[in-house]
Write a protein that binds this ligand. Structure first.
Ligand SMILES: Cc1ncc(COP(=O)(O)O)c(C=O)c1O
Length: 303
């Protein structure tokens, strides 16, 4: 991550180092915040924010689930994001909007504590590394189960939810792997620490149904790309051993983009190299987000 000059903070552009909060902020103590992860991409001519409206729609849905009342309209935050990117003179960048409950009451009930909203935009490479995107990563099934749907709300990017991912990620890294894959409380494959998961077997794609995982926007694009290429896609639960015997496995997310998985729990996936369907999806996704294949796509907001 590379620092930018400004962060949008409660309606104002403040210098990066001045974008601070009180140590008794409710969000800091209890994870009572919601966030998004968005990317902007550029080609030789133009810069586009990818699925800006859809990300903010999910932001407001997350807030609804978390009972956080955002004191700005969706349009205000979309426009603030565009202005922030321009003010920071950024092109390809990662955008992190966050709404969190501020200080006041320190009890579990946040009472009338202020809701703060920030938007940061900065240069940030792909989540699992450039080499991972090119050659594939090594993953491990986590000893931590994905949080249950009646304990944490999986349709919402609530800050506190992510401690489950933090545990799993650190365990995987400490054991020498690149990423953790989590099973749900029934033992079926759910998702990565910040990605949805896909497998390919016999030229058919399978992915976890959205019932218990985040409704990934990249996931949705990948399903569309596959269908446009006449590749059969099913949304169905699957087990960890189906991962082991898959021809290809890949992860999808705004931060991770399309990352192939070359090894899981020390079993080579396919021939240990990114497979042909994974590569096709990677290429089509890149061309879409950069405005190369469909510069007039409804998903692209030119800035
Ligand atoms: C837990 C989790 N699953 C999946 C995803 C992928 O979602 P998207 O493709 O919308 O970035 C993310 C990223 O936001 C995530 O945090």
């Amino acid at each position: 991550m590379k620092k930018s000059k400004y962060i949008w903070y409660n309606g104002k552009f403040v210098l990066w180092d001045k974008a601070t909060t009180h140590v008794l902020s409710h969000g800091l103590h209890y994870g009572s915040g919601i966030f998004e992860g968005i990317r902007a991409y550029s080609n030789k001519k133009d810069t586009y924010i990818f699925r800006l409206e859809d990300h903010y729609l999910r932001f407001f849905n997350s807030a609804k689930v978390a009972l956080i009342k955002i004191p700005y309209s969706q349009k205000t935050l979309e426009n603030a994001t565009i202005s922030l990117i321009k003010k920071n003179k950024l092109k390809d960048c990662y955008i992190r909007p966050l709404a969190f409950i501020g200080d006041g009451s320190i009890g579990i009930n946040p009472a009338n504590n202020k809701i703060n909203v920030i938007i940061a935009a900065f240069k940030w490479g792909t989540y699992l590394g450039d080499e991972g995107v090119q050659k594939g990563i090594r993953a491990k099934i986590s000893s931590f189960a994905r949080m249950g749907v009646n304990s944490f709300m999986t349709k919402s990017k609530i800050s506190g939810n992510y401690i489950n991912s933090v545990f799993a990620k650190r365990e995987a890294l400490n054991a020498g792997y690149d990423e953790a894959l989590m099973l749900d409380s029934d033992g079926y494959v759910s998702e990565g620490t910040g990605e949805n998961i896909f497998i390919v077997r016999n030229n058919k794609i399978k992915t976890t149904p959205i019932t218990t995982v985040l409704e990934g926007l990249t996931r949705d694009c990948v399903i569309n790309i596959a269908k446009q290429n006449n590749i059969h896609v099913v949304e169905q639960k699957f087990t960890r051993d189906e991962l082991y015997i898959a021809d290809e496995v890949f992860l999808t997310g705004t931060a991770a983009e399309i990352t192939p998985v070359r090894e899981i729990d020390d079993r080579k996936i396919g021939n240990g190299l990114p497979g042909k369907i994974t590569k096709l999806i990677q290429k089509s996704y890149k061309e879409l987000v950069k405005g190369i294949s469909e510069p007039k796509s409804k998903y692209l907001k030119k800035i």
